[in-house]
Design a protein around this ligand. Structure first.
Ligand SMILES: Cc1ncc(COP(=O)(O)O)c(C=O)c1O
Length: 352
């Protein structure tokens, strides 16, 4: 690519390739040996080329949350896609059954209605429809209760002739749990998932997959007997909020902005707001400039206090703001630019 950083329109989403690759290989190295595998979540970056890199680095497939992302991944040649989320209603069920003709995609289920709809729609192809039963691990989002409820749903899946592949449990993020307590907490939250596996197997139901885990707990979840794969996602790009949690993965994503106003030694204004940078987790920090502090972010403006006038850029100059909340910020952009040695090396399309 010939584009220089200074040729980019601002605001633009920048991906530091060296940092991203460091994160990629660091996570991959934990899954190179042993039985537990990595099937990383797509929703954090939504870039097909990055998903392909994750597979190249050893991931067994890719996890995602939406059918349209599963379709895009399959069309991109990614095999073993898991939709770690529920589908419901005629349209989603139809789309999933159609996609299953092209690839053995797996979807999470937690209710009899959707299972019955899938079986009816699939007809004599039901045995090609792959599902994992989603088990609620205290998150109180989707999923059935562990134990008897999960067993009876697995039995219903089998009764309806679908292909029961195993169990899934997403316990939420453990990033705020302090270090020493994390191990015990993760083990106690995930315990019912692996116990459910034993229960099913005790009833003669083979459980091929037990998928769980995220960036905050993968190092513990992958050591639990009975877990077969981890669906961590944030680790690849990280964001500046996540990076504080001490997982060792580094933030790689920033937004390039232009200084459009400077008021003496008091403040700057940059040309991005919440339409280009999610502030749900707080205001962004300025990358590599301790002399500036973001005071407020409006729809299209970021207001920055000057703490050290010697470090304050002038109107026309650019700055990088760290992305503090990865997923929603990515969703606001069509592309991200891969940067190395201060130049644009590549451009990634973001799936919407
Ligand atoms: C179902 C599911 N699996 C995996 C993940 C990935 O977790 P993390 O981003 O912490 O790696 C998420 C994130 O919210 C999720 O909702």
């Amino acid at each position: 690519m010939n584009t220089k950083l200074s040729d980019l329109r601002t605001p633009s989403l920048l991906l530091d390739l060296d940092i991203m690759e460091g994160n990629l290989h660091r996570m991959a190295s934990h899954f190179r040996h042993g039985k537990v595998r990595l099937r990383p979540h797509f929703k954090n970056h939504q870039v097909l080329a990055l998903a392909a890199k994750q597979v190249e680095a050893g991931a067994i497939g890719i996890t995602c949350a939406r059918i349209e992302h599963a379709e895009a991944l399959v069309s991109h040649g990614i095999e073993r896609v898991l939709i770690a989320n529920e589908i419901a209603g005629e349209r989603m069920v139809r789309e999933f059954i159609e996609l299953s003709r092209r690839s053995p995609v797996i979807v999470a289920v937690d209710n009899a209605k959707t299972i019955a709809d899938m079986a009816r729609r699939a007809g004599d192809r039901a045995k090609n429809i792959n599902v994992v039963v989603d088990v609620d691990l205290r998150l109180k989002r989707c999923g059935v209760a562990p134990g008897a409820a999960a067993l009876s749903l697995a039995q219903f899946v089998l009764e309806k002739g679908l292909n029961f592949r195993g169990l899934m449990g997403y316990p939420g993020s453990f990033r705020m749990v302090p270090g020493p307590e994390k191990e015990e907490t993760v083990r106690s939250v995930l315990g019912p998932l692996v116990d459910t596996r034993k229960l099913l197997e005790g009833c003669g139901i083979p459980v091929e997959i037990v998928t769980c885990g995220g960036t905050g707990d993968y190092s513990i979840s992958r050591t639990l007997e009975g877990v077969t794969e981890i669906q961590a996602g944030s680790y690849l790009l990280m964001d500046s909020e996540w990076a504080k949690s001490g997982t060792g993965f580094q933030p790689s994503l920033s937004v390039l902005v232009t200084v459009i106003n400077k008021t003496g030694a008091e403040r700057l204004v940059a040309n991005v707001g919440v339409k280009g940078l999610s502030c749900e987790k707080g205001f962004p920090e300025v990358r590599g400039n301790p002399g500036l502090r973001v005071r407020d972010v409006n729809a299209e403006h970021t207001l920055i206090d000057i703490l050290d006038p010697a470090l304050a850029p002038e109107i026309r100059e650019t700055l990088e703001l760290w992305v503090r909340y990865l997923d929603p910020t990515v969703q606001l952009h069509d592309r991200m630019y891969g940067i190395r040695n201060g130049a644009v090396e590549t451009e990634f399309k973001i799936e919407r």
